[in-house]
Ligand binder design. Structure first.
Ligand code: ZN
Length: 486
């Protein structure tokens, strides 16, 4: 499908709205209630003009009495050597009654837990405008504060291209120590200063790059799920929008590694479009397949063992190489050994799932939760048998369509390597042991109802220790090749 849309349309969100409305076969898309995204080296010059526009839209007259709260964490962020937050505050106080709200829980990286969310909402009470200045966490905290304190205008000043959550209506928060994605609200506008992004610590932009690469992994899983009757919400327009994000990645991935402003701007732009695709899509499946399961499993283990969690995007990049390797392993083994279709419908027993989580949670709570989800997936799989048999019988078409939507392990590893982003498990911080990544990979299909290539490997009987080791060896080979290619 040719979408008469470009990444430049981020500055004309009405155009994106129109294209989505025309291509929503299942009537599942949410409204895009964000009005403006500006990514440029002078985006901050628009700050008060943008605020005034949205005050008017909310029926409030901008004045010296307009209450503006700038929500930040204590991290010092620079723009061309100057303190960015001081620069923003100077602009705000020239025109409005502006004050700074610093969220600080003593952690080196703020935790978006209930205490912090509550404190941000209380501090925002009575405000006309929230301006959040920071990364993904402070943005997510401010979205919830705007919602809870009924503040009509939220303007985001983005300071790193670390996640795709600046331009969506979700917040990732901590509930009882577990990361959870909550529906919150769209910001009215997102301002991204490309100097600021380029000066952000490299590991943050590298993490954003890792997250970006799930768009070359997850669509393969989503396509498989749709073809096999395991997901009825497949909407190709979302994949077409994602394809825009990757344009020219060959050329600009290296620039991300070198911290070049233009390449960092390109990354921020691609992540902004991804955020919109997730926010509008009515499902995260377009961007969240097996690679995200690997990341979520790492987080789950860290949470249970009270260990620090790693950066989400960095883990997703590593997971993307593993996901691609998993598909290649399935494809090659099917070609070499054949795949009797009947075998795919001999379901693994409940004990196979619950026993896998016993070491992590002896109370059995996690095992039972996972069996609930996996059992539901198996029931859906049995019910969809005619579709999956038909899809697998038409293998050449299935493989060709899949490969149009996703990249191989070598390509994904090459891009990650060029951008200086983690590609191997050992590149992560904290780095999981070989044994941990093996366990995470082997059991990731049990944690969610969503169907991925890991399910195919499991059902084919190719997901024993040897099968998992083969996939991880392929992923490693892809990383080694990326290193050799430089
Ligand atoms: Zn993600």
């Amino acid at each position: 499908m040719a979408l008469d849309l470009t990444l430049g349309d981020l500055s004309r969100l009405a155009r994106i709205r129109e294209v989505l409305a025309k291509n929503d076969p299942n009537g599942q898309f949410a409204t895009l209630d964000m009005a403006e995204v500006h990514i440029s080296d002078d985006a901050l010059d628009r700050l008060t003009e943008v605020i005034d526009r949205h005050l008017h839209a909310a029926g409030r007259q901008p004045s010296a009495g307009t209450q503006v709260r700038m929500i930040v964490d204590p991290v010092l962020i620079r723009r061309k050597g100057q303190d960015l937050k001081a620069l923003v505050m100077a602009r705000l106080s020239e025109r409005y009654a502006a004050s700074t709200v610093v969220m600080d829980d003593g952690h080196p990286i703020l935790h978006a837990d209930e205490t912090i969310l509550d404190a941000a909402a209380v501090a925002s009470h009575g405000a006309d405008v929230i301006v959040s200045v920071g990364g993904g966490t402070i943005t997510d905290v401010a979205k919830i504060a705007a919602e809870r304190a009924d503040v009509p205008v939220h303007i985001v000043v983005q300071t790193a291209a670390s996640v795709d959550g600046f331009t969506d209506n979700f917040s990732v928060v901590l509930q009882n120590g577990v990361k959870t994605t909550l529906l919150s609200r769209w910001p009215e506008a997102v301002l991204t200063d490309t100097h600021v992004i380029a000066e952000a610590p490299h590991y943050l932009n590298a993490s954003g790059f890792g997250e970006l690469l799930s768009m070359y992994a997850a669509p393969g899983d989503w396509y498989l799920a749709a073809r096999m009757g395991m997901d009825r919400r497949y909407a190709p327009v979302l994949l077409d929008m994602l394809a825009l994000c990757g344009e020219g990645i060959e050329d600009w991935s290296g620039g991300v590694g070198r911290g070049e402003p233009e390449a960092c701007a390109r990354l921020a732009t691609a992540l902004a479009m991804r955020g919109i695709v997730t926010g509008v899509g009515g499902t995260t499946a377009s961007l969240s397949g097996m690679e995200h399961l690997v990341s979520h499993m790492l987080d789950m283990v860290a949470g249970e063992l009270h260990l620090p969690t790693g950066l989400h995007g960095a883990q997703v990049g590593v997971g993307s190489v593993i996901r691609a390797a998993a598909w290649e392993e399935f494809r090659d083994r099917r070609a070499a050994e054949g795949l009797p279709l009947a075998r795919l419908f001999e379901a693994p027993p409940e004990s196979r799932v619950t026993s896998a989580f016993e070491w992590l949670d002896p109370t059995g709570r996690i095992g039972a939760e996972c069996w609930g989800r996996y059992g539901a997936k198996l029931a859906a799989w049995q019910a969809a048998r005619p579709q999956s048999e038909a899809a697998l019988a038409d293998w050449a078409a299935l493989e060709a369509d899949h490969d149009r939507l996703s990249f191989g392990s070598h390509a994904i590893a090459r891009y990650l390597h060029r951008a200086g982003a983690p590609m191997r498990p050992a590149d992560l911080d904290p780095a999981p042991s070989d044994q941990r990544i093996h366990w995470v990979t082997a059991n990731c299909q049990f944690m969610r109802e969503r169907f991925t290539v890991a399910d195919l490997l499991m059902l084919a009987g190719w997901w024993d220790d040897e099968g998992v080791a083969r996939v991880l060896a392929r992923a490693e080979a892809a990383c080694a090749a990326a290193e050799r290619a430089g």
